[in-house]
Design a protein around this ligand. Sequence first.
Ligand code: PRX
Length: 636
Amino acid sequence: MEFKIDTFEQYQSIYQYSVAQPEQFWAQIANEFLWKKKWDKVLDWNFQEPTIKWFDGAQLNITENCLDRHLATKANQPAIIWEPNNPAEQHRTLTYQELYEQVCRFSHVLQRNGVKKGDRVCIYLPMVPELAIAVLACARIGAIHSVVFGGFSAQSIADRIIDAACAFVITADGGYRGNKEIPLKSVIDDALMQCKTVQKVIVLNRSNTPVSMIKGRDVWWEEEIKMVEDLKLKDFPAVTMEAEDELFILYTSGSTGKPKGVVHTCAGYMVYTGYTFATVFQYQPKEVFFCTADIGWITGHSYIVYGPLSQGATSVVFEGIPTYPDAGRFWDVVAKHHVNILYTAPTAIRSLMQFGDEFIDGKDLSSLRVLGSVGEPINEEAWHWYHQKIGKSNCPIVDTWWQTETGGMLISPIAGVTPLKPAHATFPLPGVQPILVDENGAEIFGNNVSGNLCIKFPWPGMLRTTYGDHERCRQNYFSTYPNLYFTGDGCLRDESGNYRITGRVDDVMNVSGHRIGTAEVENAINAHTGVIESAVVGYPHDIKGQGIYAYVICEHDFINDELMRKDISQTVARIIGAIAKPDKIQFVKGLPKTRSGKIMRRILRKIAEGELSNLGDTSTLLDPDVVASIADARIN
Ligand code: PRX
């Protein structure tokens, strides 16, 4: 990769260059990718509308970068190593040649089923190689994929399918997670009752779960592949994409009740994920890279599929969970596949810490060279445990800060290069220009300061719009502070200029590394019969980072509090998914509101955190007494 960084001094000088000459910098990086036609202009932007165009005029297909270009030298190198949920099941390895062939075959399947460039395809699959194959085949044919995490409910899927007007769905009969079997097709069937746009559903057989296949709509993945093979259809020429053609939509939570479809486009996303993958992890040829995220989240899109594959890396796809069959599973996977780089989330680290050393002892972790963390702030205790017990004090930890909207990592140490500071994401990557601002949008200069984190210059991986609603994109990210991208995160900058992200400053929670909007959970709770109103806040949780605390007003007294709590949780699971179930539900008679009817979340947050002595000024409340009664009955 151009601008290889081996020392911190090199980082500093390349960083200076990338800020002084961003277009030249990114053009040099982009030159290392495969283009059908090079760009006319590197960058065209304004943050008011916003309009962001990278590499305009260029033509490419991201899958030629992830597959075709490696065939000359890496055809027999593993592209994907798949580790199943059940360790007794055989793992699978797909070389670059095999992955290329399978992606081409499935591209034929998509085409024969009517999928065309620009169509939206919803993918709801477990963590099997076919998920990566489906994603890449969509990209090859120019269809826009919208992957929905396997933990979301039928209602959430329906909302996403309707928002993007998807005509196609790719799913499986079922999937495995730990000792649970998830009936994916049946969830899709429920979702599709509301989705009139869907013409075809392609169903992979993963679990032999009985499913109802609807005539004319549902087809089996395996049968379709067989037909393509019988017809001797092999190579599938990658469709030519313009630089700013949409590559995918990924829904994420914001402060309103409705998730937004974050849109990423072909060229910038490709360059950004490839560059950051190679740089941050300092990936070396033949190394095995294991990102434990699900492909249903941005981390999996960028650092299981596109980033590693564009760099010709070997990427592990793990179907299971960290605690199945026991809390040593990650370490077994590391030892079995000689993993060199492990990229996981603080919530997983904290949960495994609890089980003690017996699940690590005797496991061969000597292949590890770099450790990574993503998704939420990592506390110092977890950082040190990860560093000592897993990295044996020999592996740098890259604490990578980024978001669904940023496409790739923005602030992060570079492995082996950046001096580490536990719990700090340290410095911006080349090309990234963070600033801190106060409430009024004035820039906070100097060090030893804190403020709201914004980015003042575009980078190739940034979102371009929110699907079907550009105004929403403008309002959400570009209107709080003029001419800046607002991240929604609070941040400290220490005496040496290291950045430390402290968490969201908006109404978004981060539960086990999953982003969930308080308004989404409130809407779901309010859908339960008998609930009049609710208010939801996040509170510190030892394992999950944040837990969900719900204050709920019900219509009348009910006999059994516990049953009502379970009913409400069930309602949330049905509407959003089990990941959004409240950890605590407190029944209240009223909520603290201002005279204009606005809920004072600050007070509810303090109560949930147990900071009862410091509830702040309550004199402006409509009914100040309500605070004392809520605080008295707080759930510990
Ligand atoms: O609050 C930040 C937190 O996760 C949010 C983004 O969530 P999502 O879009 O789901 O993407 C997660 C994976 C990139 C951010 O606004 N976050 C992410 N990484 C870190 C982090 N907080 C602190 N430190 C991090 N390394």
